[in-house]
Design a protein around this ligand. Structure first.
Ligand code: NIG
Ligand code: FE
Length: 418
C-alpha cells in the first residue's frame, strides 16, 4: 500500500461510477435497510476538506469548486470505509493444530475444556513482548486497510492478568498512534478464567484491579464479557458490567453464542452498545433487543469456521433490530480478517438482502461502536473515510467473493493506493 499524499487542503475525487451514500439508512438509524435508502449516486464526485466530507453529488456539478488535489476514481464504486466492529486482533501464535483436531471430530468446547482453546493463545500471547505484539498487530491492520476497512474494534483478552491485559491494550494504543485507521479498544479480561485461579477471585481482580487501572490509563473504550457455559455466568457478568459502567466504559457482550444464559437481556437492560454472536438467542432476547438501542453484531465467519448454525438474522431484522456484521477475527473460532467475505456469508447463510448486508458493515457497524455521527455513511460533515472498489456495481461486492477489488482507501481525507 502506498500513501499518495499526506497533506492537502481540498481533495476532489471524480469519476465515481456509484457512490453508495447510505443517507436513508442513516436517517432510519439502520433499521429495516432498503435499497432506496442506500441512496446510490451515479457518476458522482466527493470533495473532502480537512479530513471531512464537504460535498457529495453529481460529477457534472463539481466545476464550481476550487480544489487543491484531484483524484480520478476511474469509474470505481465508492463505499463509506468499512467497519470491523468485533475482532480479537491482538494475539500471538497460531491454533492450526486445534483446527486439525476439529477436523477429526473434536468440538471447540471439548478442546477448550481440555486446556486448549483461548488458554492456549493466552500462553503464547503472554510470552510475546509488547513490541512483537505491536508489529504483528500493525501488519494485520495494514491488511484490513487494504480491504477498505477504515475502522477496527480490537479486544484484549489473551492476557488474563493485570500486567498481561495492560500489555495487550498498550499494543492497541501503540497501533492506534502509528496507523492511519480509527481504532477502538475493548477490555475483555473476562474472556476465560486463567489456569489455577479461583473464579470469584478472578472476577474480583477484574473489578477491583484491572478495570480501575485500565481506565486510569485510558486504554479502553468498551468492556466485553464472554458470557457462556463454562465461561462467565450471569451474576459474574452483571458484577463486571456494573463496575465497568461506574468507570465510564461502554458495554459489549459475547452473548448467546453456544447457550442462551440471559446475556442479551442483561446487556439490553444495561444499555450496552452491542451484543455479539447470538447464534442461540431466544425469542425473549429478541424482544429485549427490539425495545433497546443496542446493536446486534452477527459473526457468520465463526459459524462457518466452527461448523455451527448461523444466527437468526432474518428474525432479528424483521423485528426491527439493527444488525451489524463483523469478522470476529481470532485464532480459535474465526481466523479471517476478510470482512467483504462476511458479506457473502451474510447474504447466503443469514439470508440478508444486499442493502442489509452493506449497511451491516458500514452504518450499522458504526452504531455498534457508537460512532455513527462520525463515520458509516457518505454525508456532509462526516469523516472522509472512503473505500473504492474496482467493480461494476455495489451489488458485486458479496457476489465475487474471496478476491480483493479494493484499489484505493481514504482515511480522514488521506488517500492510500492498495
Ligand atoms: O468470539 N467467544 C469467545 N471468544 C472468541 C473465541 C476466542 C478464541 O477461541 O480464541 C469468539 O469466538
Ligand atoms: Fe469474539
Amino acid at each position: 500500500m502506498r500513501t499518495l499524499l499526506k497533506k492537502h487542503k481540498t481533495l476532489l475525487i471524480t469519476n465515481i461510477s456509484q457512490a453508495v451514500t447510505f443517507e436513508g439508512v442513516s436517517k432510519k438509524k439502520g433499521r429495516f435497510p432498503k435499497k432506496e435508502e442506500l441512496a446510490v449516486l451515479s457518476n458522482a464526485a466527493i470533495i473532502c476538506k480537512n479530513g471531512k466530507i464537504v460535498w457529495v453529488g453529481p460529477a457534472k456539478e463539481v466545476h464550481s469548486f476550487r480544489v487543491s488535489t484531484k483524484i480520478d476514481a476511474n469509474g470505481m464504486v465508492c463505499f463509506p470505509g468499512f467497519i470491523d466492529a468485533h475482532t480479537h486482533m491482538v494475539f500471538s501464535g497460531s491454533r492450526h493444530h486445534e483446527f486439525a483436531q476439529r477436523c477429526e471430530g473434536k468440538s471447540y468446547l471439548e478442546i477448550a475444556k481440555a486446556g486448549g482453546g483461548i488458554l492456549s493463545s493466552v500462553q503464547t500471547t503472554q510470552h510475546a513482548a509488547l513490541q512483537d505484539l505491536v508489529t504483528q498487530l500493525k501488519k494485520r491492520l495494514l491488511f484490513s486497510k487494504s480491504l477498505g476497512i477504515t475502522t477496527v474494534e480490537i479486544k484484549s483478552g489473551y492476557g488474563l492478568s493485570l500486567a498481561q491485559e495492560l500489555k495487550c491494550l498498550k499494543a492497541i494504543a501503540r497501533a492506534k498512534q502509528e496507523m492511519g485507521l480509527n481504532i477502538f479498544a475493548t477490555f475483555l479480561g473476562a474472556h476465560a478464567f486463567p489456569k489455577g485461579y479461583a473464579k470469584e477471585k478472578y472476577v474480583a481482580d477484574i473489578c477491583q484491579k484491572m478495570i480501575p487501572t485500565i481506565c486510569k490509563q485510558n486504554l479502553a473504550t468498551f468492556c466485553d464479557v464472554f458470557m457462556d457455559r463454562g465461561f462467565f455466568n450471569l451474576s459474574q457478568t452483571k458484577h463486571i458490567f456494573r463496575t465497568a459502567q461506574q468507570y465510564g466504559l461502554r458495554l459489549k457482550c459475547h452473548a448467546d453464542e453456544f447457550q442462551p444464559l440471559g446475556g442479551t437481556e442483561l446487556s439490553c437492560a444495561l444499555q450496552a452498545q452491542s451484543v455479539d454472536h447470538l447464534i442461540s438467542i431466544t425469542a425473549h432476547g429478541i424482544a429485549a433487543l427490539k425495545k433497546s438501542k443496542t446493536t446486534a453484531v452477527l459473526l457468520p465467519g465463526t459459524s462457518l469456521f466452527l461448523g455451527k448454525p448461523f444466527a437468526p438474522a432474518r428474525k432479528l431484522i424483521d423485528s426491527g433490530v439493527r444488525v451489524a456484521i463483523a469478522t470476529d477475527f481470532n485464532p480459535g473460532s474465526s481466523m479471517t480478517q476478510n470482512l467483504p467475505l462476511m458479506t457473502l456469508l451474510a447474504a447466503t447463510q443469514l439470508k440478508m438482502t444486499i442493502p442489509e448486508v452493506l449497511s451491516a458493515i458500514t452504518y450499522n457497524a458504526a452504531c455498534a461502536l457508537g460512532i455513527e455521527s462520525e463515520v458509516g455513511s457518505l454525508e456532509i460533515g462526516k469523516q472522509a473515510d472512503l473505500a473504492f472498489y474496482e467493480i461494476p456495481s455495489y451489488e458485486y461486492l458479496p457476489y465475487h467473493y474471496g478476491q480483493n477489488f479494493c484499489k484505493l482507501v481514504i482515511w480522514k481525507g488521506i488517500p492510500t493506493a492498495v
